[in-house]
Ligand binder design. Structure first.
Ligand SMILES: Cc1ncc(COP(=O)(O)O)c(C=O)c1O
Length: 454
């Protein structure tokens, strides 16, 4: 296929996700054809630093033949068999390996094919679990404002982004919002992040009491909230949330679709922040994207009612725990171990932060926040007052300029205004100082030009 034909067919036949298709009437659809390490290449051969790991996915980087070969071997041996009543060796091996890595007694792995399905499964499990143990009124889920938890109807009901929910309402009942941990936008607390964290956790308790504890099944939280631009948890926040959940018999679900598998320098984000979830949902980095896979890891306590009599979790997905994906995940985890990728993130995260913080001298940079290899840079109109851009300005800045300019400059990252306007970075875990420098220099050039255009 020629380049022209592929660009024409991309416009004519392919429907891009969360994309204004009209934006491509005048310009070409970017077509990425190849990847190597932390870089990808478009069909004209131009090189880009994959500063978002695709979509928070490509932890080990691109072009890993050991993973590709593991997938191919598995496809020749047993391409497919369901996990409905049967098991297959790679799903067994992966479940055991994940249980070994997971914190505490999260010993049971229920596979899915995606993060949305993982979130959906966790909510369904929470509901059925409470029915089985004689608390049938518990069905509600608390989650944070602006948090993204997926797009299927249940996951969307948990998601805290009003704009992407409206077209699909009414959604399943039971989604309840609580505040997120955006300390930059919490002026009442001054520089007392601990008091802010206590307040934010206590808002969860207030919501449980308001809704009625007997109706609340679970709280869904990311270790570090992605949407809105990387909100880390304040010190003490999760410890307090855990004790609130215990007080009212509510499950704590750690949605680690982004934060697991090294993004924060640990296999699981909950490990980094020192809390014990009842369920962890995961996807993305478990395979570094070499094949699709997601799932949830569940505590022994939640499994217990399903281990006796006729009880059955009435839920399943045809391709969940696909043998090829499971084989790929195992090969991916082998690379984590062999190359000490968690160590790489822990050794370099300070340098990543310090390099990004050089951008603080730019007038448009309001806040730089995150942990590990996961950062958000919030852009503001006025650094002193923290005034943000209005909708028109944000539209011109992000869609009209930044997204294209960063891509043209060879940096793939995300310019997002689902909350206040931010640029997000989540490079592959193999990155080091040369990549941080490229990110900083590219952002410096592009953000300087953006400021001049405002
Ligand atoms: C925290 C979180 N949960 C769930 C999802 C949904 O995952 P998927 O797109 O694989 O369905 C995402 C996707 O980015 C996510 O970030």
């Amino acid at each position: 296929m020629t380049i022209d034909q592929s660009e024409r067919d991309a416009k004519r036949n392919l429907w891009l996700h969360f994309t204004r298709m009209s934006a491509y009437q005048e310009s070409d659809v970017p077509v990425i054809v190849r990847g190597e390490g932390p870089y990808v290449y478009d069909q004209r051969g131009k090189k880009y630093l994959d500063g978002l790991s695709g979509l928070f996915v490509s932890q080990v980087g691109h072009g890993r033949t050991s993973i590709a070969e593991a997938g191919a071997r598995q496809a020749s041996e047993l391409a497919y068999f369901p996990l409905w009543s049967y098991a297959h060796p790679k799903a067994i091996e992966l479940a055991a390996r994940l249980a070994e890595l997971a914190p505490g007694d999260l010993n049971r792995v229920f596979f899915t094919t995606s993060g949305s399905e993982a979130v959906e499964s966790a909510w369904k499990l929470a509901k059925q679990y409470f029915k089985l143990i004689g608390e049938p009124g518990r069905y509600k889920v608390l989650s944070r404002e602006i948090a993204y938890h997926g797009t299927s109807m249940g996951a969307l009901a948990i998601t805290g982004l009003a704009d992407i929910k409206h077209p699909f309402e009414p959604l399943p009942a039971g989604g309840v919002r609580v505040p997120n941990t955006n300390f930059y936008r919490a002026p009442l607390f001054g520089d007392d992040v601990v008091a802010f964290g206590k307040w934010a956790a206590d808002e969860i308790e207030r919501a449980i009491l308001r809704e009625g504890p007997e109706s609340v099944a679970a709280v869904f939280l990311e270790p570090l909230q992605n949407s809105g631009g990387c909100f880390p948890p304040p010190p003490g926040y999760f410890e307090r949330v855990r004790s609130i959940c215990d007080r009212y018999g509510v499950l704590l679900v750690s949605d680690e679709v982004i934060c697991a598998f090294g993004r924060l320098g640990y296999y699981f984000g909950s490990e980094r922040y020192g809390y014990q979830p009842d369920i962890i949902t995961f996807a993305k980095g478990v395979t570094s994207g070499y094949a699709p896979l997601g799932g949830m890891m569940v505590s022994d306590r939640l499994m217990e009612p399903f281990e006796a009599g006729t009880a059955t979790f009435l839920h399943g997905v045809t391709f969940a725990g696909h043998p090829v994906s499971a084989a790929v995940a195992l090969a991916n985890l082998d690379i984590f171990e062999k190359e000490d990728l968690l160590g790489n993130v822990r050794r370099n995260e300070g340098a990543f932060r310090a390099t990004l913080e050089k951008l603080n001298d730019l007038p448009i940079v309001g806040d730089i926040r995150g942990d590990g290899y996961f950062y958000g840079i919030e852009m503001v109109k006025d650094k002193a007052t923290r005034e943000t851009f209005d909708d028109d300005e944000s539209e011109r800045l992000l869609r009209g300029f930044l997204s294209h300019a960063l891509y043209d400059a060879g940096l793939i990252c995300r310019a997002d205004d689902r909350g206040d306007p931010v640029i997000q970075l989540s490079p592959p875990l193999i990155c080091g100082q040369e990549h941080f420098d490229f990110i900083e220099q590219t952002l410096r050039t592009v953000l300087t030009e953006a400021w001049q255009r405002i």
